[in-house]
Design a binder for this molecule. Structure first.
Ligand SMILES: Nc1ncnc2c1ncn2[C@@H]1O[C@H](COP(=O)(O)OP(=O)(O)O)[C@@H](O)[C@H]1O
Ligand SMILES: [Mg+2]
Length: 183
C-alpha cells in the first residue's frame, strides 16, 4: 500500500484580483518526501506556497493536510496544524539577536523542550551558535537564511515549505560576485 499523502493539492485556482495565476494545480507530497516546484519567474511557485500557508486565499480547489481541509483558513490556524514556511524575503527581525529570532519560531509550542530544540538547531547550524548573541542584521545573506530555516524548524513542523532556499547560498553568491575585471 503506498503512503497516504501528507499534503494533497487538488484543482487549485488562485489569482490576484481578476488575474488568474494558478489554474487547476494538483500535486501531492508524501510523508518524508522532498518535492521541488520548478518554473519560470512569475509562474506561480510562491503563490502556490502562499496558498498552502494561507497568505493568499484560493478561489477554488482543495488543500488537504493530513486529511484536513485547510484551504481558506487564516495563516495562524494553518501554522498550528504544523505547516511552516521560510519565505523568500525571510522576514527576520533584523535588530533581534539570532537566538531571539530562533526562539520566536517556538512560540506556538510554549516553553516545552525549547532548550533541546534550540540545541538541535545549533548542532545543525554551528555558525548560528557562534553568532547567537549578534543582531541578525550583522549576518551574511546565507547565514540569515540559516536563521530563517532554523526558526521554521523550531516550530517542529510536519511540513516545511522553502521558497527559493538557495538564494544567498555560497554557490549563488559566487555567481553574483562583484563584477570582475572584464568590466
Ligand atoms: N500580491 C500580489 N498581487 C498581485 N500580483 C501578484 C502578487 N504576488 C504575485 N503576483 C503575480 O503573480 C504572478 C506569480 O508570482 P509568483 O507566485 O511570485 O511567481 P514565482 O514565485 O513562480 O516567481 C506574477 O505575475 C506576479 O507578478
Ligand atoms: Mg517566487
Amino acid at each position: 500500500m503506498p503512503d497516504k499523502p501528507l499534503l494533497e493539492i487538488r484543482d487549485l485556482h488562485v489569482g490576484y484580483g481578476k488575474k488568474p495565476i494558478l489554474r487547476g494545480a494538483s500535486y501531492d507530497v508524501l510523508p518524508g518526501e522532498c518535492l521541488t516546484l520548478l518554473g519560470a519567474n512569475g509562474s506561480g511557485k510562491s503563490t502556490s506556497l502562499n496558498a498552502v500557508c494561507g497568505f493568499v486565499r484560493p478561489s477554488s480547489g482543495s488543500v488537504l493536510f493530513d486529511g484536513t481541509e485547510t484551504a481558506g483558513l487564516p495563516p495562524h490556524r494553518i501554522f498550528a496544524h504544523g505547516i511552516a514556511q521560510v519565505s523568500q524575503a525571510r522576514d527576520l527581525f533584523p535588530d533581534l539577536s539570532v537566538e531571539d529570532n530562533l526562539r520566536l519560531g517556538a512560540m506556538r509550542r510554549g516553553g516545552r523542550e525549547l532548550a533541546g530544540t534550540l540545541a538541535g538547531i545549533y548542532d545543525r547550524f554551528p555558525r548560528l551558535k557562534e553568532r547567537r548573541r549578534q543582531p541578525t542584521r550583522t549576518l551574511s545573506g546565507g547565514e540569515q537564511q540559516m536563521v530563517a530555516i532554523g526558526r521554521a524548524l523550531m516550530s517542529k513542523p510536519r511540513l516545511l515549505l522553502l521558497d527559493e532556499p538557495r538564494v544567498g547560498s555560497r554557490r549563488n553568491s559566487a555567481k553574483r560576485s562583484p563584477r570582475s575585471s572584464t568590466h
